[in-house]
Design a protein around this ligand. Structure first.
Ligand code: HEM
Length: 154
């Protein structure tokens, strides 16, 4: 059961961040202010209501699975998790809430775009950390082969 929970949450969380990221870039570049406001609202509800439980479930189930596992991949995943959680709770969550409020009020000023840039940066960091956790997780589960460490014979 924890394995299934981890697999679903571990794929859902990065998928959410990637979707929010791509949708944000596309609507900022090509969408109207109304479209941006609509997206900001969707990122908060239902977006955050899916993303936050997914991150918590991935972290919790991952720690549970790691009880019986040792090694550098497990250690690396454990070390990344506090950064993923802190970045989510302290940067992504407040940014999403404030951007939704400002976009809803039509306040597309310099402050809005500064926070939007910060949100995209934090999203890219979390996507990278989660991507590394997915890669190490797939290797731990035996679904992805690690690259060979030996140099090819001349
Ligand atoms: C948001 C953070 C995380 C993501 C996105 C993530 C993602 C994944 C994915 C996609 C898998 C492969 C599952 C499968 O195909 O069966 C996996 C496996 C695994 N993860 Fe994570 N993980 C995260 C956090 C953690 C944490 C904090 C730990 C604790 C060390 C952890 C430990 C493991 C272990 C031990 C496996 C192998 C499970 C098995 O043997 O089947 N993960 N992870």
């Amino acid at each position: 059961m924890p394995k299934h929970v981890h697999r679903v949450a571990g794929l859902l969380a990065p998928l959410c961040i990637a979707t929010f990221f791509v949708a944000t870039v596309l609507t900022e570049l090509f969408g109207s202010h109304a479209a941006v406001a609509q997206l900001k609202s969707l990122i908060v509800t239902p977006g955050l209501w899916i993303l936050i439980p997914a991150i918590a479930a991935a972290g919790g189930s991952g720690m549970f699975l790691a009880r019986t596992r040792r090694g550098r991949r497990v250690d690396a995943k454990k070390k990344r998790m506090p950064f993923i959680a802190a970045n989510g709770a302290l940067v992504l969550l407040p940014c999403a809430l404030v951007l939704d409020r400002w976009a809803g009020a039509g306040a597309f000023d310099a402050r809005f775009y500064a926070v939007q840039a910060l949100e995209l940066l934090a999203g890219a960091v979390n996507l990278t950390l989660m991507g590394l956790n997915v890669r190490d997780g797939l290797r731990l589960a035996g679904r992805l082969r690690a690259p060979s460490r030996t140099a090819p014979a001349a």
